[in-house]
Design a protein around this ligand. Structure first.
Ligand code: THU
Length: 163
């Protein structure tokens, strides 16, 4: 008979950003700021991502859309690829993701898509240190997950390519 394995996702739920520690409040506010420069004329959904590196710097990204829809890119990957392109060795400690409708100042849920989780996971694996993920959730709540790998169970990685 087959074994049944259950994977439990555990994450913290904060009632509002004010409940986060100061550095995480700041990181989230920087992600919120990054939504202002999103280029999202087609979806009207502005996403911001902020990366905190081990040296205390913060790097921002936002979604960049295109008339040829699949050519656009999510905020998370824009931020990660930009950081990796400029500072390939910088360790990421935390990442914040937030979103709002482009014409509305209120922040809404911003859960990273599957493709972004895949990219986040590879960088986390490469640096051999966890990346904590802060996600804007409904009703001003914030979700916090200690690692990316928790957000992507049974992940495909370079090990499956024999690397
Ligand atoms: N988007 C992100 O930036 N991050 C995600 O994780 C989900 C989706 C963007 C892509 C597109 O510009 C818009 O949100 C609507 O899907």
């Amino acid at each position: 008979m087959a074994n049944k394995i259950e994977i439990v996702l555990s994450f913290q739920v904060f009632a509002s950003p004010a409940e986060l520690p100061a550095d995480e409040q700041h990181l989230l506010s920087q992600a919120q700021k990054a939504t202002q420069l999103a280029y999202a004329p087609y979806s009207g959904f502005s996403v911001g991502a902020a990366l905190l590196t081990v040296d205390g710097n913060i790097y921002l990204g936002n979604n960049q859309e295109n008339a040829a829809y699949p050519s656009g890119l999510c905020a998370e990957r824009t931020a990660l690829f930009s950081l990796r392109a400029n500072y390939p060795d910088k360790q990421i400690v935390k990442m914040a993701i937030t979103a709002r409708r482009t014409n509305n100042p209120d922040f809404i849920a911003a859960l990273p898509c599957g493709a972004c989780r895949q990219v986040m996971a590879e960088y986390e694996n490469n640096q051999e240190a966890p990346i904590a993920v802060l996600m804007q959730a409904e009703n001003n709540q914030v979700y916090r997950c200690d690692t990316v790998s928790a957000l992507l169970p049974l992940q495909f990685s370079k090990h499956h390519l024999g690397l």
